[in-house]
Design a protein around this ligand. Structure first.
Ligand SMILES: [Zn+2]
Length: 380
């Protein structure tokens, strides 16, 4: 079996952990499903393979019996800081690239705190839809919002961000169109009145959202700034039909955006073959292999990992966990990734597709080098 432990992972997409780390069994169950109802988590998590596996791994790490209650007690007895540091060390986590758009900043550790306590590097991403919403709540004039939005995106790197993130798949879908300014203004008027009447905004106004995204893409292309797109698997808020990465064709083929690196998140599950294919065809497209969320078992992970490496160069594949809430999420994803990737590369050695040295070379790209290049990370 290939030993991939010496490669420090760059987790190119994850989220900050909660400040409040106290768990009970129902809360633990809710962390391991994208289904929003508590009843769902309570009834079905004990019957979900990925969850049963995670409980056993955590119990092994803590040295406690493999029951949910024992795992919760062991987790609660450790300080969050020590736990993050121990887990990051145990999984040889080099860098966490954090989408700070979720959970809310007041509930979460900052990237700086996570870097300090976890003794690992962190980088952060600017979530475009959050920026749009904040601007629309704060300002009444369309032109002013557009100007402020463009200026913020133009200064992404200066503000300490390594890239952009879009959740348009969750809102109006990946088929991002060109709209006239008139259409965008009309759409803005609706969004703005929602913002005024509710004091906040959930932007799902397609002409406006698409219009602002194109402004962000122009800036990103100019600066060669990577843009992560949520694709595929998500909670019930997403219309999975519109999360198929094939919908991004117009953006990928647009001559104006060829210098904008695009990262398709969450292996576009269950559209994994489509996403990996896109990374094999478009020079600026990268495919993310995420090993904590989507919540699937090892056999499914072996399948999408094989599909990705079979069609796309390893220098077009990036590793992530989509870890969130508790530090164990970053750690179990790294365990999974090394075991799954090791097994798939070993199969490829056995099939005489590659030799062992080449297998390590490919693993290094996927777990570390591709992300370092795409996000221009200096320290790792
Ligand atoms: Zn995420």
């Amino acid at each position: 079996m290939l030993d991939l432990m010496p490669i420090p992972v760059v987790d190119n997409h994850c989220h900050p952990m909660y400040r409040d780390q106290q768990l009970d069994v129902p809360r633990l169950r809710r962390l391991f499903t994208e289904a929003s109802s508590t009843d769902f988590a309570n009834k079905h998590m004990p019957n979900s393979v990925h969850y049963l596996w995670a409980i056993r791994q955590m119990a092994r790490f803590y040295g406690c019996p493999a029951t949910e209650q024992d795992v919760v007690v062991a987790h609660n007895s450790r300080s969050p800081e020590t736990l993050l540091a121990d887990l990051a060390k145990a999984a040889n986590i080099g860098t966490l690239i954090l989408d700070t758009g979720y959970p809310l900043p007041e509930e979460s550790y900052t990237p700086e705190q996570m870097s300090q306590t976890g003794s690992c590097h962190t980088a952060k991403l600017l979530r475009l839809e959050t920026l749009m919403q904040d601007l629309i709540v704060a300002h009444a004039d369309f032109d002013e919002i557009v100007a402020r939005f463009a200026a913020t995106v133009r200064n992404t790197r200066e503000q300490g961000y390594s890239g952009l993130k879009s959740i348009v798949a969750y809102r109006t879908g990946l088929q991002i169109r060109h709209w006239s300014k008139d259409d965008a203004v009309k759409s803005f008027t609706e969004a703005r009145s929602q913002a005024i009447s509710q004091g906040k905004l959930r932007i799902a106004h397609k002409p406006l959202l698409d219009y602002l995204l194109h402004i962000a893409f122009e800036q990103a292309a100019e600066q060669r700034l990577p843009v992560q797109f949520h694709t595929g698997y998500g909670d019930s808020d997403t219309d999975l039909r519109l999360g198929n990465p094939l919908h991004l064709r117009d953006i990928m083929a647009d001559p104006a955006y060829q210098s904008m690196p695009i990262v398709l998140l969450h292996e576009s599950y269950p559209y994994s073959q489509f996403g990996a294919y896109l990374a094999a065809i478009y020079p600026q497209v990268y495919f993310d292999l995420s090993y904590t969320i989507p919540f699937v078992d090892k056999l499914e992970m072996l399948a999408f990992t094989r599909q990705a490496i079979s069609v796309a160069p390893a220098s077009k594949l990036v590793y992530s966990t989509d870890g969130i809430y508790i530090p164990e999420m970053y750690w179990i994803g790294a365990l999974r990734a090394r075991s799954v990737l090791g097994q798939v590369l070993q199969e490829m050695i056995d099939a005489d597709e590659i030799d062992e040295e080449q297998a390590y070379h490919l693993a290094r790209w996927i777990l570390h080098d591709t992300a370092r290049e795409v996000y221009r990370l200096q320290e790792v």
